[in-house]
Design a protein around this ligand. Structure first.
Ligand code: NAD
Length: 489
């Protein structure tokens, strides 16, 4: 086993406050959500009031010697400046963790009377941070740090995570297992399959020990297996909820394939289960990790081609199977769930906004003997965004379509192919973007990124909330198609 264990010391600076002798002044005891940009970055920050800058006024005496400012920060990815009475004390530390930081207050920066502390963003990048619990210490920074109680905790930390794939169908076999041979931050440690013959083949091919091979009955025993850090659910969509929740309850981090689940309520239950178990949840949207996608979304988000006027996205392929779960509603079939989430993603990434309504939608099939009882082989919909911006989407099992067009004030961005495993190409007035790579690099990149986020305790790039957003839109599209009405989201 190539797994290497090493020990690190995690230094926890435990809240140290010179309460006695008036040595401290608590300037603010709450945490504030500061948001640079319009879009909330993380669902967990959604309900908090968002402001761009924190300004705090407080009364103090002039300081003739060095003093110290302590504050707590969480999930800082870009540059934020801390100013006291207009003088820069420093910048927040670029780090996703929840931590205390300590700034030197040079002599005479505090004034007698009202003082003003401000925390402001200094880059144009979208960033959603938590900051607060601000304390002024009269001693110097080194005195404060020396007196802080330092607790050392030994953490048994791996340098690579063990992944167990659940469901050994097409995607696990052809893409994920080969990708896990290329990953640096994780490896294929185990499998869950209901087919003993598959277990035999995989065991030999990938050198998987018997103790790391499970079936759906023994699944919950994963809880006792330290080799498995992450459970990757690669089953038909109707089974995602059950296995994500069981994996989280077994104490494992979870990756779940798209579409996240069948209903928004299921998605929420999955998010809640992972939160309850303090485990990370990521959705297998590989394009978020893909460099060409990241570059056109940067053009959109930084408005390098001006405002968005409209967008259109198509995602589909000719599906020749007639008796697969994709043609079975109870298992999560219907093209909107399968390829439609890519078209929805195209509309959202392409506009850089969240839709506020489905204006109209239509489901159809040319093969009613295959797509029975109204199940959609093809779906079209118009999504409405703030400012009257529209996106037309089309998804189909009846034709090969793979494009995203974004009409901006200063020209058009064309992404084609838009969602392939390789070759994603972007053409715009700013030039061509086409970072090359071979299949299954996308999947390896996604799993490496997600492993690193877990190991560094950072937010996942594509958390459960992102999968939930798409399923809410899927539900609204089906509702609009069924009623013929505009449906608010
Ligand atoms: P598949 O049909 O090839 O594999 C599904 C697996 O689930 C099979 O091994 C099957 O035996 C197993 N299974 C267990 N119980 C089952 C049941 N009751 N009914 C049917 N199958 C059952 O499907 P797939 O194409 O590998 O898709 C699996 C998941 O991966 C889906 O969520 C799909 O959307 C997703 N996927 C994602 C991508 C991507 O690019 N991110 C690509 C393909 C598939």
């Amino acid at each position: 086993m190539r797994q290497k264990l090493y020990y690190i010391f995690l230094i926890l600076l435990v809240g140290f406050i010179h309460q006695a002798n008036g040595q401290t002044h608590v300037l603010d005891n709450s945490m504030h959500n500061l948001r640079n940009g319009n879009q909330p970055e993380w669902e967990e920050f959604l309900n908090k009031a968002s402001i761009k800058e924190l300004i705090i006024h407080f009364d103090e005496q002039e300081n003739l010697s060095e003093q110290t400012l302590q504050l707590r920060q969480y999930d800082v990815k870009h540059s934020w400046q801390v100013l006291l009475n207009g003088q820069k004390l420093g910048t927040l530390i670029t780090d996703g963790n929840d931590m205390n930081v300590y700034f030197v207050i040079p002599p005479k920066v505090l004034i007698s009377g009202q003082n003003t502390l401000s925390i402001i963003p200094t880059s144009a990048e979208l960033d959603d941070i938590l900051v607060g619990r601000i304390i002024l210490h009269k001693p110097t920074r080194s005195e404060v740090l020396n007196e802080a109680k330092v607790e050392l905790e030994v953490v048994n930390k791996k340098d690579r995570l063990g992944v167990a794939l659940v469901g050994l169908g097409y995607y696990s076999t052809d893409l994920l297992a080969p990708a896990l041979q290329q990953t640096k931050n994780c490896y294929l440690a185990g499998i869950v399959t209901g087919t003993p013959s598959k277990a035999e083949v995989w065991k030999k091919k990938y050198n998987i020990p018997d103790k790391n091979i499970y079936n759906y009955q023994t699944f919950d025993q994963l809880a006792n297996n330290p080799d498995i850090d992450v459970v990757y659910v690669v089953l038909p969509p109707s089974m995602h909820k059950e296995y994500v929740i069981r994996a989280a309850n077994a104490g494992k981090h979870v990756w779940c394939e798209k579409p996240m689940a069948i209903t928004a309520a299921e998605c929420q239950a999955m998010i809640d289960a992972c939160k309850k178990n303090k485990k990370k949840l990521a959705i297998g949207y590989r394009l978020h990790h893909e460099p060409n996608t990241q570059e056109y979304t940067r053009i959109i988000n930084q408005k390098l081609l001006g405002k968005i006027r409209k967008a259109s996205c198509g995602a589909g392929y000719t599906e020749n199977r007639t008796n697969h779960w994709k043609q079975n509603k109870a298992l999560g079939g219907g093209v909107l769930y399968d390829m439609g989430v890519y078209a929805i993603q195209g509309a959202r990434l392409g506009t850089g906004m969240e839709p506020i309504a489905i204006v109209s939608a239509k489901t159809s099939t040319n093969r009613p003997e295959v797509y029975k009882n109204g199940l959609d082989e093809t779906t079209i919909a118009t999504l409405e965004f703030n400012g009257g911006i529209m996106a037309d989407i089309k998804t189909s099992f009846g034709e090969n379509i793979n494009y995203l067009n974004i009409d901006c004030e200063k020209g058009e961005i064309k992404v084609k192919p838009y969602q392939s495993y390789s070759g994603v190409k972007v053409i715009s007035p700013l030039g061509e973007i086409n970072h090359p790579y071979q299949v299954p690099w996308q999947q390896a990149k996604q799993m490496d990124d997600d492993s690193l986020s877990i190991m560094q305790n950072k937010p996942m790039l594509v958390p459960g909330e992102e999968g939930l957003r798409d399923i809410r839109i899927v539900e609204a599209i089906y509702k609009s198609a069924g009623t013929g009405q505009r449906v608010k989201i």
